[in-house]
Design a protein around this ligand. Structure first.
Ligand SMILES: [Zn+2]
Ligand SMILES: [Zn+2]
Length: 82
């Protein structure tokens, strides 16, 4: 047998087509819906989306570059004056 083996997704024994996933699970994997994705995730704090550009996901990349409609984070309270 010279195929790539079977899908590594849980409870799936279909033939793997890419990344050790079957066609269906590979699609999910690309969509970021599989656990333990092998791609890097966004470096933004508490963000676990797949990276889009540089080290950020699409949303945060848009935020950082000002190309998106996402508003700047307003959670940064000024440091209290001592
Ligand atoms: Zn599968
Ligand atoms: Zn992000």
């Amino acid at each position: 047998m010279a195929n790539k083996g079977t899908c590594k997704a849980k409870d799936c024994d279909k033939e793997a087509v890419a990344k050790n996933y079957c066609r269906k699970h590979y699609r999910l994997w690309k969509a970021g819906e599989m656990p333990k994705p092998r791609y890097k995730i966004c470096t933004f704090e508490k963000c676990r989306k797949p990276r889009f550009r540089q080290s950020l996901c699409e949303e945060h990349y848009a935020t950082e570059t000002g190309k998106g409609a996402a508003p700047a984070p307003a959670a940064e309270a000024p440091a209290p004056a001592a």
